[in-house]
Design a protein around this ligand. Structure first.
Ligand code: F6P
Length: 536
């Protein structure tokens, strides 16, 4: 068990003497440079983290003790490292070059990936050019992606992030929630003749997605007056051809992927079709290049300079040795407003686990609570707690030298705020400095900032498709590293099952009759209350 190794215990012992950022920076003028890395233009400044050279050595020793090198090789090779589902974990194959070959379970997966990418590109180009028309002959102007979780968050986040590159005549909407309002919102102002639905579901069994897809089909058929319209207005993204056919979508109009792509790791598979329609196959390919840049870095760089590995290890230090329960991601880019939500699924569905690969219970904390909002908005909401609250919150700031939409004066103000927050968190403001400003003694403690609050700065020229791909892959691999250290399976999600099963039973009770006596008293009472109110 990792927590009984000397490497873990050495780090635990260090928690009593956390490095002071103020001293670390004043004693060591090389520090900023030494802990800043550049991966093909993505600058990662980790120097404002609570680390020093000795600690980094200990973190690397922990990675060795956990077998990170071998685990990483096993993932890239296509071993069945998702042991509870007996599957390979090969999202990295989604961005391999066409000329590569990777045979897994007897199949060249890179060839399969490029067949689907070609199919997607052909379809996306036809929609973008107007060659693909709807049932009445009208071109498509609205695309509605119906999916949830990994079949929604990635393309939705990326569509917003890459807004500057999108086709001027095609809007993409995303419907995920089974709350009918969501579908309603996506269809406000939509012309059925010009609307294309993309039903995105790895399993094609997800309740929310199938309910939304059925209602969308009913809306379309009613408006266009024929079931035949479905063929021109519905396509599917899935691994389940049978389910797609049973729903009534021609499998000719299905874009496939494979069980070795986890839902939350799937935005660069066929699940990205809505994004590809929006930004075009070339931009999509640039995004895949960005993913690949980070994959290659992660696969080959020594751990001490390996950005996903180092960020993962620093996260373990915070979570396990210092006991920090959460991690904030604060993009200073409105275009990345859904990035924290995307990372919530990526990180929390992957590492929110309490048993190890062998089923035994872990003896330490695992995945942190991930959260965040774009700056500067968060500054006027929750930053108070980050600066002066009782629990330190490690932060990732994300910023760009150039905005995608230039508005005079705004960008300098945005970036000044970002840099200022990182500085204030790290170095704080001492009581002496507050007194020196003439602040009355009764307010000195209120106006003091403790500092030593850690952050990492991720910085690039601009938010291009390439940089977006790099950023996503960076977090994918960081999550992987942490899962390896904790000895858990980052690639299953059994924790989502129980609620689904119970909801199925309760739906029947809501519709057909009294609550099952097997429920607890609180749940039964809520079911009855709901039924009473609905019958009024
Ligand atoms: O319920 C969780 C989950 O299984 C996620 O892991 C997944 O991304 C999401 O549901 C959607 O699943 P699907 O793509 O199969 O509809």
């Amino acid at each position: 068990m990792i927590d009984s190794t000397p490497e873990w215990q050495r780090l635990t012992a260090r928690a009593t003497s956390v490095p002071s950022l103020r001293e670390a920076f004043s004693d060591d003028h090389e520090r900023a440079g030494r802990f800043t890395w550049d991966v093909d233009g993505l600058i990662v400044d980790a120097s404002k983290n609570l680390i020093d050279d000795d600690l980094v050595e200990d973190l690397i020793a922990l990675a060795d003790a956990a077998g990170l090198d071998e685990a990483r090789a096993a993932m890239f090779r296509g071993d069945h490292i998702n042991v509870t589902e007996d599957r390979a974990v090969l999202h990295t194959a989604l961005r391999r070059r066409r000329s590569d070959r990777l045979v897994v379970d007897g199949q060249d997966v890179v060839a399969d990936v490029h067949d689907v990418l070609d199919h997607m590109a052909d379809f996306a180009e036809r929609v973008r050019s107007g060659a693909w028309v709807g049932h009445t002959g009208a071109r498509i102007r609205r695309v509605v992606n119906i999916g949830i979780g990994g079949s929604d968050l990635g393309p939705f986040m990326a569509y917003r992030a890459l807004m500057a590159f999108r086709h001027p005549e095609i809007d993409v909407h995303f419907v995920s929630n089974v709350d009918g309002t969501h579908l309603h919102q996506a269809l406000v102002g939509a012309d059925p003749a010009e609307t294309l639905f993309i039903v995105a579901s790895k399993t094609f069994t997800t309740l929310e997605t199938l309910a939304n897809a059925r209602s969308a089909r009913a809306w379309l058929v009613e408006a266009l007056g024929s079931d035949e319209a479905v063929a021109r207005h519905f396509v599917a993204l899935s691994t389940n051809a049978e389910g797609v056919a049973a729903f009534g979508i021609d499998t000719e109009n299905m874009f496939g992927f494979w069980d070795w792509v986890g839902g939350r790791y799937s935005m660069d598979s066929a699940i990205g079709l809505s994004l590809m329609i929006a930004v075009g196959p070339d931009r999509f390919a640039e995004m895949l290049d960005g993913f690949r840049s980070m994959d290659q870095h992660f696969e080959s760089a020594p751990i001490a300079e390996n950005v996903p590995a180092m960020l993962g290890l620093i996260g373990v230090w915070y979570r396990n040795m210092l006991g920090y329960p959460t991690h904030a991601v604060l993009p200073y880019s409105q275009l990345l407003d859904r990035f924290p939500a995307y990372l919530q699924q990526l990180d929390m569905e992957s590492n929110g686990k309490q048993v190890r690969l062998d089923g035994s219970t872990v003896g330490h904390d695992t995945g942190p609570i991930v959260w965040g909002e774009p700056g500067t908005n968060g500054q006027h909401a929750f930053y108070q707690l980050i600066h002066q609250g009782t629990t330190p919150v490690p932060v990732d700031f994300i910023a760009f030298a150039h905005p995608d939409f230039e508005t005079p004066d705004h960008h300098d103000a945005l970036i000044a705020n970002c840099f200022a927050q990182a500085e204030a968190l790290a170095f704080g403001k001492s009581a002496e400095a507050v007194r020196a400003e003439g602040v009355p003694e009764s307010l000195v403690s209120h106006k003091t900032f403790p500092g030593n609050r850690p952050s990492t700065m991720l910085f690039a020229e601009r938010l291009t498709p390439f940089v977006l791909g790099q950023l996503i892959a960076l977090y994918e691999h960081k999550v992987f590293v942490q899962g390896v250290i904790w000895g858990i399976n980052s690639f299953d999600q059994w924790g989502v099952e129980l609620g689904k099963v119970l909801a199925k039973a309760i739906i029947t009770e809501l519709e057909d009759g009294a609550a099952d006596a097997a429920h607890d008293a609180s749940t039964s009472a809520m079911i009855e209350r709901y039924r009473t109110m609905r019958s009024r």
